[in-house]
Design a protein around this ligand. Structure first.
Ligand SMILES: *Cc1c(COP(=O)(O)O)cnc(C)c1O
Ligand code: SF4
Length: 343
């Protein structure tokens, strides 16, 4: 594929949009069968029982564009580890629970989480393009949190009535799994609320299906008067290929500020070399590292856990390696606290 400048993109996009591989098709064709995942990567069949067990708890979902960045025949591939279910997910480990962030008690309206001053998190889509095994929402009752247009009206009323809210954060699931029609409608309504200044979007879609960043998406991003911030979610430098860099370039061309949050994961990015390379690669793509989260203690993910002492040592070492602005903030989410908590 040819690398295009953002200006050229405008004229090229119509042919791309007719391609059978538009983002909706790629999303619909994502791998959802553990057997297929194991087979496609050439893994030994002994991975299959674990994959099936984990899949029964939280289904497999991996888009082709993400799969293509994995090394075949390598069960330890850092991208594969994020999506391949394993037997350890069935372990019950003390302290690892189904709703570690106690979000259920902070949901005053369907699809709305207001925990921090000045910003509100909106569950804009119940699904994701990829299912990350460590996800703290792996047990989240998405079906109850997928608002209809009438429910959105309730959420909008809540936002209108609270002038302390300056920022609306679209989250999920993955908000960009929603159609541009729905998102454009919502963002237009949000823009009409005078005290709102910023729109923030927490998404992994431009990473796992870079073609998601198409003209329709850029159109509503550019149309809003709100300042727009996109917080991507990338855990390993191998996730950033040329298509991801292109997608970031298009987003920045639309005036979007790009940040990244990662989760510190055992066997994926729990070493200084990987974290340093990640920060460097992010910045090359025009993305600033924002948060490095320690794992939320969600049931089924204990095998990804990195102890606090080790996390602190890693970040101390990272600090001696990187420019200050390339160092992500190491944080944890403590239920009931008014912000993320630095370690
Ligand atoms: C993480 C989070 C935010 C955003 O926090 P920042 O520190 O501003 O990035 C907002 N609301 C909820 C419920 C969150 O979990
Ligand atoms: S994309 Fe985000 S919300 Fe979705 S499964 Fe992965 S970590 Fe969870």
């Amino acid at each position: 594929m040819i690398t295009r400048s953002p200006d050229l993109l405008q004229s090229v996009i119509p042919t791309v949009a007719n391609d059978a591989r538009d983002w909706q098709t790629q999303l619909a064709q994502a791998i959802r069968d553990p057997r297929e995942l194991v087979a496609r990567l050439g893994l030994d069949n002994h991975w299959l029982p674990g994959a099936n067990q984990g899949h029964a708890l939280f289904e497999v979902r991996v888009p082709e564009a993400y799969l293509a960045r994995m090394r075949p025949n390598d069960p330890q591939d850092p991208l594969l580890r994020q999506v391949l279910p394993v037997t350890a997910e069935t372990d019950s480990v003390v302290g690892f629970v189904s709703d570690p962030l106690e979000e259920a008690v902070h949901t005053p309206r369907r699809g709305l989480i207001h925990k921090y001053h000045g910003r509100v998190l909106l569950i804009a889509s119940p699904t994701c393009a990829i299912n990350c095994r460590y996800c703290f929402r792996r047990h989240f009752p998405y079906a109850e949190n997928s608002p209809s247009r009438a429910q959105w009206e309730e959420t909008l009323t809540y936002l209108r009535r609270d002038p302390s809210i300056q920022e609306a954060i679209l989250s999920g699931g993955d908000p960009l799994a929603s159609s541009d029609k729905r998102l454009a409608w919502l963002v237009e309504r949000l823009g009409e609320i005078p005290h709102l200044r910023r729109l923030r979007i927490h998404t992994r879609l431009p990473v796992v299906i870079p073609d998601r960043v198409d003209d329709a998406l850029l159109a509503w991003l550019q149309a809003t008067r709100l300042q727009t911030v996109m917080v991507l979610h990338i855990n390993h430098p191998n996730e950033i290929d040329a298509a991801v860099v292109d997608a970031c370039t298009r987003l920045r061309g639309a005036g979007v500020t790009l940040l990244n949050q990662s989760v510190l994961l055992r066997g994926v990015n729990d070493d200084v070399e990987t974290l340093a390379a990640l920060s460097e690669r992010l910045f090359s793509a025009g993305v600033l590292p924002y948060y490095l989260h320690v794992l939320d203690p969600v049931a089924g993910a204990a095998h990804f856990d990195v102890p606090d002492s080790e996390a602190l040592t890693l970040v101390d070492e990272l600090r001696t390696r990187l420019a200050g602005f390339l160092l992500p903030r190491l944080v944890r989410e403590v239920p009931g606290e008014a912000s993320k908590t630095p370690l």
